[in-house]
Design a protein around this ligand. Structure first.
Ligand SMILES: [Zn+2]
Length: 153
C-alpha cells in the first residue's frame, strides 16, 4: 500500500486520539507509527541499489508490494522487520498491561498500518509473520505471490 494511503487512513484515527486525550502528541504518535514503519523497506532498497538516491522512486514502489507486481523483482529478499504480527501482539500486550494511552495510540497506528497492508497488498496471510518469512529465508520468490523474472535476480 502506498505511503500516501497510510497517511489518509491514519489521519482520522490520529485525530480521534488527539481529541480524546486533548493533546496533539497521541495523534502524532499514531500517525508516525502508522506511516513510518515502511522505513523497513530501505533494507531491500539498499541491498538492491546501494545508497543510490537516483533510485528513490523504486523505494516508493517497494512499499507497494502487490500480487503479480513485477516492479519488485529487483529484490531478492524482503525482510520487512517492522511488518510483523509478532510485534503487534507483543506491543498490544505491553500497551494493555501498562494502560499507557500514548503507547496505545502508537500501537493503534502501527496495527492499522499492518491491517491496511494485509487488506491492500493481498499477500499470503502468513506473510505478516516474520517467523514464517525467516523460515523461508526472506526469499521473495517464496514469500510473495509474485511472478518473478529469474533473469533479473
Ligand atoms: Zn507497509
Amino acid at each position: 500500500m502506498r505511503v500516501s494511503d497510510h497517511v489518509i487512513y491514519c489521519l482520522p484515527l490520529s485525530l480521534a486520539f488527539s481529541l480524546y486525550l486533548k493533546s496533539p502528541l497521541p495523534g502524532l504518535l499514531c500517525l508516525a507509527s502508522g506511516v513510518l514503519i515502511d522505513v523497513d523497506h530501505t533494507i531491500e532498497y539498499v541491498q538492491a541499489y546501494g545508497f543510490n538516491l537516483g533510485c528513490l522512486k523504486k523505494l516508493l514502489i517497494a512499499t507497494q508490494v502487490k500480487s503479480k507486481n513485477k516492479k519488485i523483482s529487483d529484490f531478492k529478499k524482503m525482510y520487512l522487520i517492522f511488518h510483523s504480527l509478532e510485534f503487534v501482539i507483543i506491543f498490544w500486550i505491553i500497551g494493555l498491561a501498562t494502560k499507557n494511552l500514548y503507547f496505545i495510540s502508537a500501537i493503534s497506528g502501527y496495527s492499522l498500518h499492518i491491517l491496511l497492508d494485509f487488506i491492500g497488498n493481498r499477500e499470503y496471510p502468513r506473510f505478516y509473520w516474520i517467523i514464517w518469512r525467516a523460515k523461508n529465508k526472506f526469499l521473495v520468490e517464496k514469500i510473495l505471490r509474485v511472478e518473478i523474472n529469474k533473469e533479473q535476480l
